[in-house]
Design a protein around this ligand. Sequence first.
Ligand code: PEP
Length: 247
Amino acid sequence: MKVSSRRPLVAANWKMNGSKSLAKQLENALVQADLRHVDVVICPPFPYLSCFEHDLKLGAQNVSEFASGAHTGEISTAILQEFSVKYVIVGHSERRTEHHENNELVASKALVALEAGLIPIVCIGESESVRDSGELFSFLAAQLDAVMDKLGITRCQDIVLAYEPIWAIGTGKTASPEQAQEVHQFIRAHIGKQDKHVAASMRILYGGSVKGSNAADLFGQQDVDGGLIGGASLDPDDFLKICQAAK
Ligand code: PEP
C-alpha cells in the first residue's frame, strides 16, 4: 500500500481550449465535491481566470521572465497575482517546442515565479526518440539540473515538478504505472543527491493522457503525487474522477 506524507495535487491544463460556460460547469462540479484530500489547480487560458468566483486554486499556463514593459503578448507575475493566481506551469513541452523555450529560460521563469511568491509547476519529459535512444535519464537529468542550478536546491522545495513524456501528451498513449514510477523514482533520487529532505517532500506529478479510468493506477505509485491533466480536464465529470482518484 502507498504511504506518503505528500499532499496530492491535480492540475487542469486547458491549453488553448475552454469557454466561459465550461469554467462555470467545472467550478460547479468542483465546489460540490468533497476534495479535501487533494489540491486542485485550474490553469485556463488567461481571460478565463476571472470566470472562477469560488475559492478555487488558479494557475497560469505561462509567465514572462520579465517584470513588465515592452513584451507584447506576454504576462507578468504581478498581473497574474491581481487575478489571484497561485501556480504557474513553466516548461510545458508545447512551449519548449513551439516557442523554443530551452532549459535555461524555463529555469529563469521558475525563479521569477518563485521570487514573486507563485508556485511553479515545472514540466520535464522526453520525446519518443530520446527514450528509444537510451538517453532517457541523462536527458531528464539535464532538464532537472538546469532548474536546480538556477534556483539552488533549497528553493526547489517550493516547486512542483511534472513528468510529462511527450509521446504520451494528447496521444491517448499513457505511460504504464510502472514506467511512470520508474521515472519518478529516478527524479526523486536525482534531486536527493543534493538534498534528501527536498527530494522526499517535493511533489512530482505525472502528465500524459491521464483519464478517470487510469488515474488511480498511476496515482497509486509510490512516487507519483498527482497529475497534470490536459484533455480530460475539459470534461468536468472525468476531471472530477481524476481528482477523486488522487487519494
Ligand atoms: C498536458 O498538456 O499537460 C497533458 C498532460 O495533456 P493530456 O492530458 O491531454 O495528455
